[in-house]
Every structure is written in structure tokens, then in C-alpha cells.
Design a protein. Structure first.
Length: 152
């Protein structure tokens, strides 16, 4: 593992620890001012929007929800990098096997790595139906209407 990969891994692990602790300043610290985050509930742009998104999540975590990195892979170039992780994140009684997926896009600013992009997602319910829908859309088929809607 390269020094840059080690630095990025430490940055992400520190970020996750800050999330668990509800430490907003530490959560935001390693992020670019123009951060773009595609999150489960919404898409955000800019450090202030990123900062404002966290307090409700901290309240949810305070109910005993874990936020634990299970796997983390990092690939770093000279001035850009990406990482992806799987985290345990959600009430254990709901679906203990469900994992939050996070992808990070990073860049080097002033000699230090900062997160410029985050994408958070959970697997969709009915994974097989989702895979079939993606295949249908990418093979030139027509998109099915959303569940609960009528085509008539």
C-alpha cells in the first residue's frame, strides 16, 4: 500500500469515527469546499449543505445504529483518488446483512487529500427486479412504470 493510499484510508477511518461520535467539525474537516454528495435522501453541493445534512443523521445514530466500516478499498494517483467502502449502518433488527455503500472521490489540495465527492447508497429492495430493470433500460427496452402507478 502506498503512502497516499495509507493517508486516504486514515482520512476515511477518521471520518467514520467522527460520524460515530457525532463530531460535526471533524466530519467536515477532510472535505473540499465544493463537495458534491449524492446521499440516500438527497443530493447536496457545497460544504455548508454537507454540514447541514449531518445533524439528523447523528440523531438517528444515537438510537443505537452502527456505522462501522467492514471493507475499504483505496486507489490513489498523483493528485486524484477514489475509494469505496461497505458499512454496517442500520438497525440490526431490520436487516442485519444490509450494507451502506459509499464511494469517495478525492483530490490533493495543498499537499493533503480532501474528499470532493461522496456517493451513499443502499441496495434497492427487490434486487433481482432492480437488476432486470437496469438490463432492460441499457438494452434499448422501455422503462417500466414505477411500482404503484398505472399505465392506463
Amino acid at each position: 500500500m502506498t503512502t497516499d493510499e495509507q493517508s486516504i484510508r486514515a482520512l476515511i477511518e477518521s471520518w467514520a469515527a467522527a460520524v460515530r461520535a457525532g463530531d460535526l467539525d471533524a466530519v467536515v474537516a477532510g472535505h473540499a469546499d465544493d463537495i458534491v454528495m449524492h446521499d440516500v435522501p438527497e443530493n447536496l453541493r457545497g460544504i455548508e449543505a454537507y454540514r447541514e445534512a449531518w445533524p439528523p443523521f447523528f440523531e438517528w445514530l444515537a438510537m443505537g445504529v452502527p456505522f462501522d466500516i467492514e471493507s475499504l478499498e483505496v486507489t490513489a494517483g498523483a493528485d486524484v483518488a477514489f475509494a469505496h467502502a461497505l458499512l454496517r449502518c442500520g438497525p440490526a433488527d431490520e436487516d442485519p446483512g444490509r450494507r451502506l455503500r459509499i464511494t469517495f472521490g478525492l483530490r490533493k489540495e495543498g499537499g493533503r487529500w480532501v474528499v470532493a465527492h461522496e456517493h451513499h447508497s443502499f441496495p434497492i429492495a427487490g434486487q433481482a427486479a432492480g437488476v432486470a430493470e437496469v438490463r432492460r433500460c441499457t438494452s434499448g427496452g422501455t422503462r417500466a412504470p414505477p411500482p404503484g402507478t398505472s399505465t392506463a
